[in-house]
Each structure stands twice: as C-alpha cells, then as structure tokens.
Design a protein around this ligand. Structure first.
Ligand code: HEC
Length: 130
C-alpha cells in the first residue's frame, strides 16, 4: 500500500467513525442484497398509501437510472427532504427506508439478510441502473 492510498483509507475510515458507520469502507451496490424482505413488505404499504398516487414504477426506474452510481443514502435524503410532494418529511425515517427497499425490489434488486439502515453504511452502497 503506498502512502496516499494509506492516507485515503484512514481518512475514509475516520469519516466512517464520525458518522457512526461500523463497517470499514467496503464498496457495495444495490445488487448485493442490501435490504430485507420484511422491509420490502412494509415498504409496499407505505408506497401504496403515500407514493403511488403521483408516480408509477416506470418513474422510479428512470429515477434510479439517473442516480446511477450515486450513494443510496443521497437518494434517501433527497426523498426524505422532498417527498411526498404534498407533505415532505411527513413519514418516519423507517418508512422512507422501507419504501426505498420496495422500489429497489420492484426494479429487480434482490433481498438479503441485513436490513437497510441510513445510520449504518448506506453511504457506501451505490445505486446501479436497473
Ligand atoms: C402529491 C404528489 C406526489 C407524491 C404523493 C409523491 N411525489 Fe415524488 N415527486 C412529485 C413531484 C411533483 C416530483 C418532481 C417532479 C418530477 O420529477 O416528476 C417528484 C419527484 C420524485 C423523485 C425524483 C427525485 C429526483 O431528484 O430524482 C422521487 C425519487 C420521488 N418523487 C419519490 C417519491 C416517493 C418515494 C414518494 C412517497 C413517499 C413520493 N415521491 C410521493 C410528486 C409526488
């Protein structure tokens, strides 16, 4: 490992500590099973009640395409700050997280054993165009 790689690694690691991220920077994508089936199931309920009326799944597919390779956390923050458009920020954090799990699943991404958690490693999960 050369000096600058070492430095970059330790910077990333300290950033992780500051944010309370437990894992060392480990690249993951939404293809790696980063949410659970339980989150998908709860997310569907939230989606049907709060998101379905204004967008169809095609819209989310296009959104995921335009967010290709961005951290999933940024999309979560964006949705949290702006949606539902008629009442932004009105859902609980967990509901936003579940709704993202549902949208990802509907776009063909797999479930896994570890729940998606905005406080834990979500910045290191990249979006992949469906
Ligand atoms: C009252 C209508 C309405 C509801 C309900 C609504 N949205 Fe939106 N949404 C909009 C509008 C308007 C825009 C911005 C214009 C556009 O891109 O179509 C938007 C944009 C978005 C975007 C694009 C963000 C970007 O920057 O690429 C996402 C993702 C999104 N909404 C997700 C959701 C989710 C998830 C829910 C449910 C929690 C939801 N929306 C509920 C109207 C709505």
């Amino acid at each position: 490992m050369n000096r600058s790689v070492k430095l970059a690694t330790s910077l990333l690691f300290s950033a992780g500590l500051v944010l309370g991220v437990q894992t060392a920077a480990q690249a993951q994508t939404v293809e790696d099973g980063v949410f659970t089936q339980a989150q998908v199931d709860s997310g569907k309920v939230v989606y049907d009640a709060s998101c379905k009326s204004c967008h169809n799944m095609r819209f989310y597919r296009d959104t995921l395409r335009s967010w290709n390779s961005q951290p999933l956390l940024y999309l979560w923050e964006n949705i949290l700050g702006t949606m539902p458009a008629d009442n932004p920020g009105s859902l609980m954090y967990e509901e936003y997280t579940d709704v993202i799990a549902y949208i990802l699943h509907e776009n063909g991404f797999p479930t896994g054993d570890t729940p998606l958690d905005p406080d834990n490693g979500m910045e290191e999960i990249s979006i992949v165009a469906p």
